[in-house]
Structures are given as structure tokens and as C-alpha cells.
Design a protein around this ligand. Sequence first.
Ligand code: GLV
Ligand code: MN
Ligand code: MN
Length: 382
Amino acid sequence: MRLLDEIAGIGRDQETGGYLRYAWSSAELELRDWFRAQARQRDLELQEDGNGNIFAWWGEGPGAVVTGSHFDSVPQGGAFDGPLGIVSALLAVDELRSLNKKPKHPIGIAVFAEEEGSRFGLACLGSRLLTGAVEPGIELVDRDGVHLREVITPAGRRDDILGRIGCFVELHIEQGRALSRPVGVASAIWPHGRWRLDFTGEPNHAGTTLMTDRRDPMLTFAFTVLAANKEARQRGAHATIGRVSAQPNATNAIAGRVTAWLDARAASTEVVDQLVSAVLDKARERSKKDGTAVELTTESVSGETRFDTALRDRLSHVLDDAPVLPTGAGHDAGVLSAHVPTAMLFVRNPTGISHSPAEHATDSDCAAGVTALARVLMDLAC
Ligand code: GLV
Ligand code: MN
Ligand code: MN
């Protein structure tokens, strides 16, 4: 709790208590400096991968057991989503050392950049660059018009680093109410993605334009929000439109353009694809009635992740038959799992609230998470 307290003020909105820790913002850069100082205090060897990701190594050579997570947050995020995995990794190393453990395999702690995709729109950008899942020349622009290349010249896939990693285990706060014990083990991540919807119409006067003469994209947008909700419920899937912008965004003018982002998730890729195309069909149908147009652009897609079953079972066994559960939340572990055996530990979330200032985990569950991670590292590396 002391380590979490040290960073608690960084990037926190004083009014809401939520976090604004966007990738490469001053808050996130400060957190990375804090991590480097923590790594140096522990004599860990620091390595930057040129993609915004940092590694801190205890020991040399291949076959490393790597753990870690991310510092960046969603807008108004919680204190635990990401940082808990990094803080727990530092403390698990401390625990192994206090027990005089000398790992046979190196242990690494990773800090990944832009996991949330809150700044550049592409989730897990750092781990995707590291693994070559996206090209280093990818064109991404943030909300203020800043290009990724103005912030970083990505190094792209780093085989030298990937080649060092024997397995990856990410500890993360659980983001639902699925755990009745302090710690669980992940089985899978639902396929998910983000799609931008651009609704265009005719900007006009709110007072003088007859209701019958309007081409109002706000109507098409509103209908689409309801359609997304209905289509998702009918399929046992999740659909969210949580971000919207209107132009010119005036009280007394009909909007000319509304842009909204659809986040869609389900247990299978097939259902995600069906859901997105059903929402688009409904939006198009409605746009004909409204005299508007709608366009869909894919911004970020993550396929289904099934974590390594042998590693999953080994972790569950080491942790006294810890419960095994899937999640609807995305993680860098999902990206890494296409390259190295990967697993995740979840720390209980008593309310299930996440991506919100109200996100919470108890002190004792966080401590149980550290102990669990230390036991896992001991089993895999010592
Ligand atoms: C990441 O937290 C995501 O699932 O959006
Ligand atoms: Mn998150
Ligand atoms: Mn996260």
C-alpha cells in the first residue's frame, strides 16, 4: 500500500479522484521515472524497447519469467487497472529476495505503453509494436491531432527481447464480480474491438428549420445507441457507446456530424462480427429515414485469447486450486499469448467496478495478490 500510495497523486483528478494517465503524458512519464527508480533501487537491469515499453531484469539470458502490466489509464480510470500489476511485480521480487531465493531463470518486470488505447485509439499499442502485431510505421493520431510519430519513432518488433521471454504472467485487478476468493487465474479473454461511427447530416438553425426538413445525424446516432444495446442483449454479448462528439456542438443548431465509438465484445469472434454488422445495418436503415449518412471505421480489434492451458493449470495448482475464469477485458497478456506461454492472475474486485474512479481492491486482497505472484514466480523461475 505504501508503493501504491507513492504514485496515488500522479495524474489524479482532484475533483473526481479518477486518473488521467494517458500514454506519454506528463503523468505517465512520471510513473515510468518512478518505475525506473524502483528498479534501480533493486539492482534490476533496465532495458527500453524503443516502443515505449520498459523491462527491468533480474538475471541474464533466455527463458525469463516476465511479469508486469501498464501505467496508462482510461479517462477517469481507477488506481488499480494496470499499476497493481507493476507494483505487485516489484513486491514479489522483494518477497523472493527476502526468502533468499536465487532464480534459475531470469525474472523480468515489464511496463507496457498505451494498453488502454485511450490516447491513440489502438489498445495494447506497446505490446503490439514489440511483437510485430502492428507495423512501426502505423499512422495514429490523438484527440489533439498529435501523431504517434511526433511522440515516438517506434522500433517495432524486438526479437531479441521476445527471445528472452520464456513465459509471461500478468497480475491484474479483476474487472467484474466473478471472484469469491482473493486471487484467481484467467482462462480466456473475450474477442473485442472498437469501431468509429461517423454520422453526417445537414447543420442548420434549431429555430427555423421545419422538423420535416431536417437531416439530423443526432437522431441516427440516438437510434444506433439503442440498437446496439438491443442487438448485444439478444446475443449475450456486450456493446457500449461511451464516447461521442458532435459538431458544431451548439445548443441552437442541428448537428452536422456526430462521431461515436462502438465497443463490442462477445464470447466468440463470430458473434462480435455479427453484432457489429447488425448494428451497422440498423444505423443504415435509420439513416435513410433521417436523410443522413453513416460510415463505420475499424479502429482496434483483438481476437479471442485462450491462455496456455498447462500454465493456467499449473498456476491454479500452485495457488491451492485458485478459481479459473474468463474475462471481457483486454490485456497485454492477450497480445503476448500469441508468442509465448502466457497466464494471468486476477485480484478480487469487491464491487466489480472498473474503468471508473470507484475501482477498488482491499489491502488484504492486494497483499494476497503479491504473495500469489511471488509463489508463481518461485514455482516457474526458482
Ligand atoms: C481494457 O481495459 C479494455 O478491455 O478495454
Ligand atoms: Mn483497462
Ligand atoms: Mn488493464
